[in-house]
Write a protein that binds this ligand. Structure first.
Ligand SMILES: Nc1ncnc2c1ncn2[C@@H]1O[C@H](COP(=O)(O)OP(=O)(O)O)[C@@H](O)[C@H]1O
Ligand SMILES: [Mg+2]
Length: 357
């Protein structure tokens, strides 16, 4: 972190400054009034016959010196304990506002002698550090999204250009159209995922909670993947209960099942097996989805829920690395939990627990 350099110039926006002489006059008149009051009190008890002019003048001079000492102490204190730290703070805040998150204000005292200003500096530094990491994350996401969008877009562009050729054979044309449709589907899924994630992270979502037939909802989600399962000749073993009702949101549950299932299908080689079991008790429902696919390394497991993380670069084109990030956020939103066990080369088991209401 970069330490904030001190700038001796006065910020042009600062219009009000405590005037030294104004302060002097106020304190002087207060002290003079007190001295006169003291003379009156003295006079009423002891009596003052005569007060030489020289004595009066030297008293005025004495109080003027006392005032000078007091005002100097006040100004020194204000300058070093208030103005200086406030100026450092204002300059640092200005630097952050300009987009530089590397500033750090050095506290004035050692930790064992911290005052509130030092504590404020330390909290400010922490806040800037946090803001900086959020900003980096945001930039990463913008970079990742743009990168992910560029690939299908350039596919669409080049194949559409090829389609414009007059002498293109219909066989090739059909091929090109299929590729364009695939690429636009990928783009659509990327944008949907990014929007859903953004909504989940940045807005207070008020869910429409309804009583729903949980096992039926899960069965319907599985059914939507039937074609893909058949295409890969995967064996599907399902064991679901019947008439299990829970209070939840079916749209959100769809996100969870679709992502876990599509991963299980995608990462399992042809002729593999996917097993789905659903059980329940009075308080919760439990779903276990396991596959005999490629499994995950320790590294993939620990980054599984990170946005844009994809474990296997050779399959990166088949997804966007947002699926599991979405699953975790949705499961949290539904006050459930997800656990993952996976062995490289053997398969993966994901367990989702959700409250019944
Ligand atoms: N069932 C699974 N078997 C093996 N690896 C998986 C499985 N599910 C997820 N992964 C790994 O986790 C990564 C992140 O998953 P996900 O967020 O859904 O992204 P995507 O599917 O778009 O690659 C995947 O790229 C993959 O490496
Ligand atoms: Mg996925």
């Amino acid at each position: 972190m970069r330490k904030q350099k001190e700038d001796s110039r006065i910020d042009p926006r600062v219009k009000r400054k405590l005037s030294y002489w104004y302060g002097f006059l106020i304190i002087f008149w207060v002290l003079m009034a007190l001295a006169v009051a003291q003379a009156f009190i003295y006079n009423s008890y002891v009596g003052i016959d005569h007060m030489p002019l020289f004595y009066v003048l030297s008293m005025v001079g004495f109080w003027a010196i006392v005032t000078l000492v007091i005002i100097s102490i006040i100004f020194y204190q204000k300058k070093y304990y208030f103005d200086k730290p406030m100026k450092a703070m204002s300059q640092a805040a200005k630097t952050v506002a300009e987009g530089d998150f590397s500033v750090c204000i050095e506290p004035y005292h050692k930790p064992e002698k911290y005052d509130y200003i030092d504590v404020m500096f330390e909290d400010f530094n922490k806040m800037v550090e946090e803001l900086g990491s959020i900003q980096t994350l945001k930039n990463d996401i913008v970079g990742n999204v743009s990168h992910e969008m560029k690939t299908p877009l350039s596919v669409i562009q080049s194949y559409a250009t090829a389609l414009q050729k007059a002498d293109l054979s219909p066989v090739y044309a059909q091929d090109y159209i299929d590729t364009i449709v695939e690429a636009s589907k990928k783009l659509d899924s990327l944008i949907t995922n990014v929007l859903q994630l953004n909504k989940l992270e940045n807005q207070e979502i008020i869910l429409d909670i309804e009583k729903l037939d949980f096992s039926r909802q899960l069965a319907e989600a599985i059914l939507k993947h039937e074609l893909l399962i058949e295409e890969k000749n995967l064996k599907l073993d399902i064991d679901l209960e019947e008439n299990v009702f829970i209070a939840s949101n079916s749209g959100m549950l769809d996100i969870v099942w679709n992502n876990i299932l599509s991963n299980a299908i995608k990462f399992t080689d042809p002729n593999g097996k996917i097993t789905i079991t659903q059980t329940s008790d009075a308080k919760k429902v439990y779903v276990q989805i396991s596959d005999t696919g490629c499994g995950m390394s320790q590294r993939t497991l620990s980054n599984l829920f990170d946005k844009f993380y994809q474990g296997d670069p050779s399959r990166a084109s088949e997804g966007n690395g947002l699926g599991m990030a979405l699953v975790l956020r949705v499961v949290n939103l539904l006050k459930g939990s997800i656990t993952v066990e996976s062995t490289l080369g053997r398969g993966t088991k994901m367990k989702v627990e959700l409250p019944r209401g």
